[in-house]
Design a protein around this ligand. Sequence first.
Ligand SMILES: Nc1ncnc2c1ncn2[C@@H]1O[C@H](COP(=O)(O)OP(=O)(O)OP(=O)(O)O)[C@@H](O)[C@H]1O
Ligand SMILES: [Mg+2]
Length: 507
Amino acid sequence: FLPPELNEFLVKWWERLIKPVNPFCVFHVPELESNITNDLYRVVQLHMRAAKLSKDADELVLSRDENEKDITFSLAAGEVVTETYEGVTVWWTHRTEKSGGKDNGGEEFEKSEFELKFRKKDKEFVMKKYLEYVTDNASEFRRQLRELSLYSNNDCYWECHNFKHPSNFDTLAMEPELKAKVKADLDSFMRGEEFFHKVGRAWKRGYLLYGPPGTGKSSMIAAIANYLKYNVYDLELTQVYNNNSLKQLLVNTTSKSIIVIEDIDCSLDLAGQRKAGKEGKSSNRDEPTTESTSSVTLSGLLNFTDGLWSCCGDERIIIFTTNHVEKLDAALLRPGRMDMHIHMSYCSFETFKALAKNYLSIDDHPLFGDVKNLLEGGKLITPAQVTEHLFGNRDDPNAAITVLIEWLQKPEEQKPESTTKDETKDTNEEKKEEVAAVTENGAAENGDSSSAESAELRQEVSLLKEKVQTLEKNFNQKPAKADIMSNGEVLQVENGDLHHESDDGDV
Ligand SMILES: Nc1ncnc2c1ncn2[C@@H]1O[C@H](COP(=O)(O)OP(=O)(O)OP(=O)(O)O)[C@@H](O)[C@H]1O
Ligand SMILES: [Mg+2]
């Protein structure tokens, strides 16, 4: 009922009067400070969300961002919540007040602030430790909320895509000790800014993931990205024109990111010449390089990972993957370049158990003993192959494990999938060899002429001969190819196109 001026005057006097006996201190965190957004206000909001402080309040404001699925609970005006950290209790109050308005000749707007109250004796603790805890907690939470991007390179530019990969360290099945070691390394890297700067090292880390196909190398990269909340730059070396483009790509990456070069042995010939592309991975890895206009060299790549230019951004991880670690140049493996070599291997019993838990939601099963005996007895199966079996029978654990056991018990030659790409030849290659065998020895003299396969091949060869003759007729070309087969050269049909491959590999 008092006029505002008198009210303000009395409040001031009251505060002055009780100050010597007031046991509390108050800090104000306004949303706007000198009309500029105060980041600390946002930090406190995030801390409250992270510490779930608002659950104790009676009145809350509920909101949800368009892209978020979770509801955000924040304090309504005037609400107070209590937090105790290391035995010290503090009180947070959310205050809002109207400002401006017609009386003051402007538009009315709402001013918000957080008020932090604590005992005077705790002032030093709050300033030194509690506020640091609030800031760390908020930045960790901000990191968790971060949406990730996946970049792919197009010559010297990056193209950005949304990155939502479900793989994480819970879904990734691998030896528990190795997983714990990798996570600990990532944790210490993430928190290592001060340490890296103190010892004069660039704040970056290199990992080499190696192992047979289907053992989870790419899944681990996604798990690392999701764990650290780092963006991923998937560098396709075969798309990079030269070392300068590589440098340009590097400087255009941001901090808090992972640069990935998959199948390094396929992308870069370690003598300095690059191979044709990743297609080589699935077909003929060991074939000589085909023509390439690009000239990225091993030393260019080493500069990329280790040179002065590599330090123009902070907090970066570089990951190489390969199926053939033995083919890599020692220069690439030197400590400091690849700090940690992570071997992703065939399924052990522990790995199998982790997959069974993820896919079948079981911790144990009477058939586990059989799987254990087979795996420990030397049967090789990749996690990818296990997941295929488990996924197919995910509603029936008994059937899933039985099918897996049957597969493990089969002799190697009866398994439709190869255990590694190297151990079993590419079907295309196999077929080529078979045709060559038939044509070299002559269809009739083929040793195993009774086999159905040989009969099929002979039929294929005669069909091809016919095709050549038709082609000659139709295109009126000089009749040079009709006798190809008798020369022991290979002829095959791919996607409706006729290919002729001579002894020296010309196509
Ligand atoms: N260790 C694992 N834990 C869980 N799932 C796995 C694991 N390894 C493979 N998988 C499953 O198999 C699929 C293929 O695995 P991934 O692509 O990670 O293998 P990779 O080692 O990168 O193979 P490549 O050498 O051919 O690139 C994954 O999508 C995943 O479903
Ligand atoms: Mg992969």
